[in-house]
Design a binder for this molecule. Structure first.
Ligand code: ATP
Length: 215
């Protein structure tokens, strides 16, 4: 099964990396593909440009064979829609290989506002990762999708190419990229919230307002 986990990764941190490893083990996949997204021009711009976010991600996964980076969205002209990414992956994988995408409950709660959302279950399984503080509206489309397509075990995901929704509870580290960016901006150290290699690159490139402070 091919599993993707998308995000801004601005910057990547141990919350993302730990979640990716938990998903890999719980879902029984060989590796998880981290997919950094292109930032649409009308949204708040990231603290680091696409090339930098990609470079930081590559540093973060160095030496971990269970994680790979898929940079297809960064170099696609214009906005990145998940449905387009999944269509492209489906073409590459063929019609039989299971394909899954992981999303937090926060993102899944507004799933029915995503472009072409109705096509998504035909293309991939959806892995919904429980995030505290976000819940699905009981009568909403995402909750209906979960109840009508629910997988009870991870093994079921390996038996069909797409179409199931699997809720997974994993321990989440209380780390956010927003928190890391503001910590750096204030001249404080984010060390141990993200890999040292990533923090070193942030400092040496002066990203997120990092000065030349020693950690
Ligand atoms: P920001 O603070 O800038 O919004 P973020 O840290 O939430 O960023 P994103 O790149 O927006 O990170 O998130 C990518 C994915 O990682 C999302 O699915 C999000 O739910 C998940 N995620 C973010 N932080 C954590 C965490 N601490 N533990 C587990 N998953 C996380």
């Amino acid at each position: 099964m091919h599993l993707i986990f998308g995000g801004t990764f601005d910057p990547v941190h141990h919350g993302h990396l730990r979640l990716a490893i938990e998903l890999k083990e719980r879902l029984g996949v060989a590796r998880v593909a981290l997919v950094p997204c292109h930032i649409p021009p009308h949204r708040e711009q990231p603290g680091a440009d696409s090339a930098r976010r990609l470079e930081l991600l590559k540093l973060a996964i160095t030496g971990e064979p269970g994680l790979v980076v898929d940079d297809r969205e960064l170099f696609r002209a214009g906005a990145s829609f998940t449905a387009d990414t999944l269509r492209q992956l489906r073409r590459e994988l063929g019609e039989h290989e299971p394909l899954a995408m992981a999303v937090g409950t926060d993102a899944f709660a507004t799933f029915d506002h995503w472009r072409d959302w109705q096509c998504i279950p035909e293309l991939a399984h959806i892995i919904v990762v429980n995030r505290p503080g976000s819940a699905l509206a009981p009568e909403g489309e995402p909750a209906k999708l979960l109840s009508s397509r629910r997988a009870d075990t991870a093994d079921q995901l390996h038996c069909q190419p797409a179409g199931l929704v699997f809720g997974v509870e994993v321990p989440l580290l209380s780390i956010s990229a927003t928190g890391i960016r503001s910590c750096i901006e204030q001249g404080q150290s984010p060390r141990y919230l993200l890999p040292d290699s990533v923090w070193d690159a942030i400092r040496s490139n002066g990203l997120y307002g990092a000065g030349s402070r020693k950690r």
